[in-house]
Design a protein. Structure first.
Length: 57
């Protein structure tokens, strides 16, 4: 995945409230990411669905 494609994907996730993007405190050239409550909740639900549908190893 190219850097621009990744940036667009993260921008879509940010717009939907699944991630938060902020400038890194140590270098303005990088971003740091976090997951607000809606993003964590969505991930937990998706994880449970995935675990239920995946064959056990």
């Amino acid at each position: 995945m190219s850097q621009s494609a990744l940036s667009r994907a993260v921008a879509r996730l940010e717009k939907q409230g699944y991630v938060q993007r902020a400038l890194c405190r140590t270098t303005a050239a990088a971003s740091s990411f976090g997951s607000p409550k809606p993003g964590r909740r969505h991930h937990a639900e998706a994880r449970e669905t995935h675990l239920r549908s995946s064959p056990s190893t």
